[in-house]
Design a protein around this ligand. Structure first.
Ligand code: AMP
Length: 113
């Protein structure tokens, strides 16, 4: 995993990114190396290093992240054709950035996993 949390810098607008949405809890931006025509990341503003670290107190935040993912998928017109939400957790799943994020992928027929 990378030592520097680049997502924190994006959230604080210290480095540029294509930010699609931001509020006090969540930031959403386009993935820099998109794996599908539509590929964005839904990221909590507070650092949760991986899925393993979520706690009961985060339940509203997690629901909010899902809700934002769905809302933006609708806005991007991929909700009826379909899309995929993906969370990588730790090395075997290929998690590169040590800050929880939901990938939202769509805009083409995705390979089955
Ligand atoms: P993961 O492998 O699940 O940790 O996903 C990390 C994702 O972050 C990858 O799809 C990267 O392409 C993406 N990424 C890395 N750096 C940036 C950046 N500066 N701006 C946007 N996306 C990024």
């Amino acid at each position: 995993m990378k030592k520097n949390n680049i997502f924190k810098k994006i959230i604080k607008k210290e480095i540029p990114a294509d930010i699609l949405y931001q509020d006090s809890k969540v930031t959403v931006f386009s993935d820099i190396k998109p794996k599908a025509p539509i590929h964005f990341l839904v990221v909590p503003n507070k650092v949760i290093s991986s899925l393993n670290e979520i706690q009961k107190k985060d339940k509203n935040l997690i629901f909010h992240m899902l809700n934002i993912a769905i809302t933006l998928a609708k806005k991007k017109n991929i909700s009826s054709t379909g899309y995929r939400l993906l969370i990588n957790c730790n090395q075997h799943a290929g998690q590169e950035i040590n800050h929880l994020h939901i990938h939202v992928l769509g805009g083409k027929k995705l390979k089955s996993i």
